[in-house]
Design a protein. Structure first.
Lengths: 528, 490
């Protein structure tokens, strides 16, 4: 992952990118005796590899066009002016193909399906892969090669960037909705990750590169916090992952509760003191400025509400209300687990200072401007809006889920919709039924054709050869050989007859001579 | 230094005589000793080889049968040396795979000698002699020491390949009657201006193409391969896939491309199509296999398809940029080496599993990672190398091929990239079946890698890493040969 970040060449980046994928494959499949872990690991590797095929083609294309894969090379790099000029109109396709790779790695729709399954891995792995490294690589990649995406931009809008925006919007909304109906604590967080990554993509797409990357950093802290917190909860509840079987853990696991609450507020975007808020607000600001359409902006506002809603749902289920089955004998985790939580919670708060618009040095560092100190930036209309939306989300969450017990109010109100979301919109089943089915069929067909058609042709040729051989043989035996046989047979018969005459008996010879003489005398008499 | 090549060819034959004459128990030791000595000779050849020089080196020219243009002409350029080194590497590796009877080692050594001859002969008659000399031991090895269905597989293998050889021989006779020479270098020089005219050139082209396409094999001439590899004993399968299949690729590079550059350009799109079919259909068919050996056999077709893609892409356009042609050619050369190493290793591992379990179906195993972590770990290295993971050898060759051929034939290459995806699916599926899940009862008593097996596996795997990380030491071997061939084809 460090290699991905510091690589100055697309090839080197790709090499490290694949190695990150390998590491994630091995880590997801860490519990080797579990068939589901093996299946999830395979799914993760193959799904990301589908995207990587596009990325690989992009590399080939870029290399063929600009002759270099170095990003920056003293004016000759692929991302510098000369490189982009030589790329010309194909920049659009290259960018889209690169985005394929990012879609796979960062779990964007429609290749996001591997990410929730990847929860089969140990929780620290989830924290690492789904917070800091692997999934971030896709967002980082788009930001890294941003000049290709924005090459030939009119008003900051290009075709690839528009695709990025819409894919991001769809991903963010769909996965936030799905998260609302999940019961597995880690799966909720996984979908939340997908959703947040979608948000980052939107930010990159609308031109808010700095905001997107800042959100990536902030997200790294609080999502790692949430994942490790969920690990602590799961550990405390004796390997129980179903939030409907928890409840009232607030008193039993105070440290986990407090840190988790901080993480939740950061993720939801509670303003002023939590890191997620500033970046989210900035992303919303960026989307509002996007010229082609205002729709992403409104959808992202809805996304903010949804985020707050599903996080509140999770909090209420896990930490409030009565203690259900798995919570009966729950206990706080040892310091070795709570320690990192405290550190990460601290970071999630402190990072808000770094990100504060009052002194936006990081933002300006990323966007290449000079930082300036301005306290008035703290209070903006956007802030009120964000505050209102988050409050709405949390308020709704508390209202809905408070005292709901183990049952889900949404399930009561809209059972069909809930089932649709709980089953992840049946996307896995859809892929199984279409693409995978087709691919498996193609594999069987290839095998079948090989065994019967292509090999059949070979056997047909062999058969023709054998037929020809058989014909030759029978021609030999019946026609040629038969003639020879007849001739020899006739000669032998003649010999036998003639040898009969050579009997060696004087009587026969004498009688033959006598007969001859008689015949001669008769002949002579007839003549005269 | 010129006698190094002669030594390489005669040493294995001497070894075969020794194996035959000495007691049964010593057979494997003598064969191994002999192959180590040839490896030393090959190393000496590498040491004395001047990588920067253009053209053939260590040339030996003897009068043989002047009446028919046969000449004892041996020599090596970068490509020959690469294949000689590969042969010297794979044979000892194959001897380590299982203990066989005396006749097996005799035939294997004869085949080794024939292969050295094939890769260094520079006159058609001599080349053809060695080419056929390798075929007969392979036939016998499959027929006598093979598994189930060995008779059928061996006969099919022999007749199919032999048919191709006959077609090739006829073509070369045709060429000889018109041009009066069998010397590769002379024929190459004539090739550019058109070796033959009229219909004869197409007959000659088709004959040579058929012979080589069957040998590689190129889709749809590949159906002998899964049967033959499946039936062959492990050591023979390693040599078949590691080296014998390279004879076909070598033939394409040494004969068809230089002799018929104009003809190949005309049918280029069709050939590219066949290469893409090789890549995609073979990997799909591999997906559908439940027998491990058959699966690896199909992936062999797939990987050689990349070689063919690179070669045909070079000839696809008449004004190919030099850099791209060089990239594709280097990629093909490297892929020859990488595939030889990796596919042989995969067959070796399948052999280890078969030896422990008695069968080799995907469903016969399960949860091996819990019982034999070392075996699984090192086998994974070979598998990841084969599916083209960066950092291992497979990626470098494939990247160069794709880089070159994408610029020359973008559409075909884009389709061929699908092969990379399907290969990954095939291997990950195999890993899921073999390594993970609950431990299968039938595998509960498996021993992990034994010491002697470790001594084989680890160096080979390290070599994969070495080529993957610093491919330059292999690329240097044939750099000037690539440059020379590019100039020839450009």
């Amino acid at each position: 992952m460090l290699g991905v970040v510091i690589a100055n060449s697309l090839l080197l980046l790709f090499v490290c990118w694949e190695l990150v994928g390998l590491a994630s494959y091995l880590l997801i499949g860490f519990w080797i005796h579990r068939p589901s872990a093996a299946a999830a690991a395979k799914k993760a590797f193959i799904t990301t590899r589908i995207g990587d095929i596009g990325f690989f083609l992009a590399i080939l294309w870029l290399y063929g066009r600009s002759g270099t894969l170095l990003f920056y090379d003293g004016g000759n790099g692929a991302l510098e002016k000369a490189g982009l000029v030589s790329l010309g109109a194909s920049a659009t396709f290259v960018a889209l193909l690169i985005f394929c790779g990012a879609v796979g790695k960062s779990g964007q729709f429609p290749l996001h399906v591997w990410l929730p399954d990847a929860m089969e891995g140990p929780t620290p792995v989830s924290a690492l892969i789904h917070a800091a490294t692997m999934v971030a690589a896709g967002v980082f990649l788009v930001a890294r090669v941003y000049p290709i995406f924005s090459s030939g931009a009119i008003n900051g809008v290009t075709a690839p960037l528009t695709v990025v925006v819409w894919i991001g919007v769809v991903t963010a909304l769909i996965s936030a909705l799905i998260a609302l109906a999940q019961a597995d604590i880690k799966r909720i967080l996984a979908y939340s990750t997908v959703s947040q990554l979608g948000l980052m993509m939107v930010s990159l797409g609308v031109g808010g590169v700095a905001a997107g990357i800042m959100h990536l950093l902030a997200h790294g802290f609080f999502k790692a916090l949430l994942f490790l917190g969920s690990g602590s909860i799961i550990h405390g509840c004796h390997e129980e992952q179903d939030i409907r079987r928890m409840g009232g853990l607030r008193g039993l696991m105070p440290v986990t509760f407090l840190t988790y609450a901080i993480g939740m507020m950061a993720l939801s975007g509670v303003p002023l003191f939590f890191s997620g808020a500033w970046t989210k607000e900035e992303i919303l600001h960026a989307t509002s400025l996007w010229s082609p359409s205002r729709v992403p902006h409104y959808l992202m506002l809805a996304g903010v509400v949804l985020t707050a809603l599903y996080m509140t749902r999770q909090m209420v289920y896990v930490f409030f209300g009565e203690r259900r089955a798995a919570a009966q004998h729950a206990h706080e985790s040892p310091p070795v687990m709570t320690g990192p939580l405290v550190v990460l919670a601290f970071c999630a708060i402190i990072f808000s200072v770094v990100l504060t618009p009052a002194w936006p040095w990081l933002h300006d560092y990323l966007s290449g401007e000079r930082a300036h100190y301005d306290l008035s930036q703290l209070i903006q209309p956007g802030l009120y809006l964000a505050l209102a939306l988050v409050a709405l989300g949390i308020g709704l969450g508390v209202l809905f889920y408070r005292g709901s017990g183990a049952s889900d109010p949404l399930e009561h109100a809209q059972p069909a919709l809930f089932r649709f979301l709980a089953n992840r919109m049946w996307l896995d089943e859809f892929y199984d039924g279409t693409i995978l089915l087709f691919a498996r069929f193609a594999a069987r067909l290839s095998d079948f054709l090989d065994r019967y058609f292509w090999d059949g042709l070979v056997r047909l040729f062999a058969g023709i050869g054998q037929l020809f051989a058989g014909l030759t043989k029978s021609f030999d035996e019946r026609a040629i050989n038969a003639g020879v046989n007849d001739a020899t047979g006739a000669a032998r018969g003649l010999g036998r007859v003639l040898s009969g005459w050579q009997s060696g008996q004087v009587q026969t010879y004498l009688s033959a001579i006598a007969l001859g003489m008689l015949a001669l005398l008769l002949f002579y008499a007839w003549l005269t | 230094m010129a006698h190094l090549i002669t030594g390489l060819i005669f040493l294995p034959i001497l070894g075969a005589l020794f194996v035959g004459a000495l007691p049964r128990l010593l057979a494997r030791a003598v064969a191994l000793g002999c192959s180590f000595m040839t490896a030393l000779l090959a190393g000496a050849m590498w040491y004395h080889f001047d990588a920067s020089a253009v053209g053939l080196q260590m040339v030996q020219r003897h009068v043989w049968i002047p009446a028919i243009g046969a000449q004892g002409l041996l020599g090596a350029d970068g490509l020959s040396l690469l294949l000689v080194l590969l042969t010297s590497l794979v044979f000892p590796f194959a001897f380590f795979a299982g203990r066989m009877s005396r006749g097996f080692y005799v035939l294997m050594l004869v085949m080794q000698a024939a292969l050295y001859g094939t890769f260094t002969a520079q006159n058609f008659i001599l080349w053809f002699l060695f080419y056929e000399m390798s075929l007969i031991p392979a036939f016998l090895l499959i027929k006598v020491w093979g598994g189930e269905k060995r008779d059928r597989a061996a006969t099919k293998f022999f007749l199919y390949t032999f048919l191709g050889s006959v077609a090739m021989l006829l073509s070369f006779l045709g060429i000889y009657f018109v041009r009066g020479t069998f010397d590769f270098a002379e024929l190459t020089a004539l090739g550019k201006g058109g070796l033959l005219t009229g219909n004869l050139r197409w007959f000659a082209f088709a004959g040579i193409f058929l012979g080589l396409a069957v040998k590689v094999p190129l889709f749809p001439f590949h159906t002998w391969l899964p049967d033959a590899y499946e039936a062959a004993p492990t050591g023979t399968a390693m040599v078949l896939t590691g080296i014998l299949s390279k004879m076909g690729v070598y033939g394409f590079i040494r004969l068809l491309l230089p002799l018929f550059p104009n003809e190949i350009r005309i049918v280029g799109p069709w050939l590219l199509g066949l290469a893409v079919c090789s890549i995609v259909f073979a990997s799909l068919a591999a997906w559908a296999q439940s027998d491990l050996k058959r699966m690896v056999a199909y992936l062999s077709v797939n990987h050689l398809g990349y070689c063919m893609l690179g070669l045909f892409a070079i000839t696809a356009t008449s004004t190919a940029p030099v850099a791209e042609v060089q990239a594709a050619l280097s990629g093909v050369f490297l892929q020859i080496f990488n595939h030889g190493l990796t596919a042989a290793a995969l067959f070796y591992f399948v052999g280890l599993l078969e030896e422990r379990r008695g069968t080799r179906g995907l469903n016969d195993f399960g949860g091996l990672m819990q019982r034999t972590p070392l075996l699984c770990g090192w086998m994974s290295v070979a598998m990841f190398s084969s599916l083209g993971l960066p950092g291992l050898n497979g990626f470098v060759g494939e990247f160069l091929i794709f880089k070159g051929s994408f610029a020359l034939a973008a559409g075909y290459t884009a389709l061929a990239v699908l092969g990379l995806l399907i290969t990954a699916i095939v291997f990950l599926r195999a890993m899921q079946f073999l390594f993970s899940g609950p431990l299968a009862e039938s595998c509960a008593t498996f021993p992990d890698l034994r010491l002697d097996e470790k001594w084989v596996v680890v160096p080979v795997a390290l070599l994969m890493f070495a080529v993957g990380i610093f491919p330059q030491f292999i690329l240097n071997l044939f750099n000037s040969t690539v440059v020379q061939m590019t100039r020839l084809l450009g």
